[in-house]
Ligand binder design. Structure first.
Ligand SMILES: NC(=O)c1ccc[n+]([C@@H]2O[C@H](COP(=O)([O-])OP(=O)(O)OC[C@H]3O[C@@H](n4cnc5c(N)ncnc54)[C@H](OP(=O)(O)O)[C@@H]3O)[C@@H](O)[C@H]2O)c1
Length: 265
C-alpha cells in the first residue's frame, strides 16, 4: 500500500511509542504525512517508523528524547523551529498519577509537570512561532476530560491538563488569524498503557466508560476535519459543552471591577 495523497509535510508526534501517539502516527501516515516520532523507547519508535514507511510509502524518522530532560527537549524545539517541512505538531506525551494529590510522591508530581506542562509549552511555543511565520500548520494538544474536573481524581494531574486546555485555546486565538489550525483533544478513559505505567488498572472502571484507542484517535481526527477547536470524543450532547463555554465567557465582563460585589460590602 502507499499513502493515497502526496506528502502533507512532516507531523511531529510526541509520545509516539505507544497508545494514542502510536495510533495517530498510523492515521497520519495513512493521510500522507511524513513522520518524526518522539519518545524515549528507541526500539519501539524504530519498529513503528519502519512499519509505517513500508505500509504507506512515507518517510519516518525517530528522535529519541526524554522530554523531562532539558537538553533532549531543546533538540526537539530546535527541530520545530528550523525544519520548514514540519506542518503538524501533536503534543501528546504524558504520564498520569492515581490516588489523591496529598498522598502522591511529590517528586513524581514534579516530573509529571515537567512532561505534561513544561514540555508541551516549550514545543507549542517553537511550533507556534514557526507555523505563524509560514502562515500554515496544525497544532494538536492532547489534554483530558479531567481538565474540566476539579473535585475528583488526582488534582495535580487534572491541573496539568487544565493548563494544556487553556494554553491551547489561547493559542487558537493567536494563531487562527495566521492560518494555523489549533485543536485541543480531551479524551476520557482510553485503553492504553498509561494506567499500568501509573501503577493503576482499568479493571475497576466500568467497561461502558472505556474507549478503545483507535476509536478515540479516529474521533479526534474527525473533530479536526470538521473544524472543532475542542474535541471531546465521547460527548454526544455537544450543546452541553457549548453552554458551559458560554457560561464561562459570560463571567468575563464581571471578573475584574473596581468595586467588590455587593455581598462583600
Ligand atoms: N489513556 C487515557 O485514558 C487518557 C485520557 C486522557 C488523556 N490522556 C493523555 O493522552 C496522552 C497519551 O497517553 P496514552 O494514554 O497514549 O499513554 P501511553 O500509552 O502510556 O503513552 C504515553 C507516551 O508518552 C511517552 N512518554 C512518557 N514519558 C516520556 C518522557 N519522559 N519523554 C518522552 N516521552 C515520554 C511514552 O513513550 P516512552 O515510554 O517511549 O518515552 C508513550 O509514547 C497523555 O498526555 C495522557 O495524559 C490519556
Amino acid at each position: 500500500m502507499s499513502s493515497s495523497q502526496t506528502s502533507k509535510g512532516t507531523a511531529v508526534i510526541t509520545g509516539a511509542s505507544s497508545g494514542i501517539g502510536a495510533v495517530y502516527a498510523q492515521r497520519l501516515a495513512e493521510r500522507g504525512y511524513d513522520l518524526l516520532l518522539v519518545a524515549r523507547d528507541t526500539d519501539r519508535l524504530e519498529a513503528l517508523a519502519a512499519k509505517l514507511s513500508t505500509e504507506w510509502g512515507i518517510s519516518s524518522e525517530v528522535l529519541t528524547a526524554d522530554l523531562t530532560n532539558q537538553q533532549d527537549l531543546a533538540r526537539v524545539e530546535q527541530r520545530l523551529s528550523q525544519d520548514t517541512a514540519i506542518s503538524l505538531l501533536l503534543n501528546n506525551a504524558g504520564v498520569a498519577i492515581g490516588g489523591e494529590f496529598l498522598d502522591s510522591d511529590i517528586d513524581y508530581v514534579q516530573r509529571m509537570i515537567a512532561l505534561n506542562v513544561t514540555a508541551p509549552t516549550r514545543l507549542a511555543y517553537a511550533a507556534g512561532n514557526a507555523f505563524k511565520s509560514r502562515r500554515a500548520g496544525t497544532l494538536i494538544s492532547v489534554a483530558s476530560v479531567l481538565s474540566l474536573v476539579h473535585e475528583r481524581f488526582n488534582g495535580a494531574y487534572n491541573s496539568t491538563k487544565s493548563f494544556v486546555l487553556t494554553l491551547t485555546r489561547s493559542l487558537e486565538v493567536s494563531l487562527q488569524p495566521h492560518g494555523v489550525r489549533v485543536q485541543a483533544v480531551l479524551p476520557g478513559v482510553t485503553r492504553t498503557e498509561i494506567f499500568d505505567r501509573a501503577g493503576d488498572s482499568l479493571d475497576n472502571i466500568p467497561a461502558h466508560m472505556i474507549m478503545e484507542v483507535h476509536d478515540l484517535v479516529d474521533a479526534a481526527l474527525a473533530g479536526l476535519d470538521i473544524g472543532e477547536s475542542v474535541t471531546i470524543p465521547s460527548l454526544e450532547k455537544v450543546a452541553n459543552w457549548q453552554a458551559y463555554d458560554e457560561a464561562r465567557a459570560a463571567l468575563l465582563p464581571d471578573l475584574s471591577l473596581s468595586q467588590p460585589a455587593s455581598r462583600y460590602r
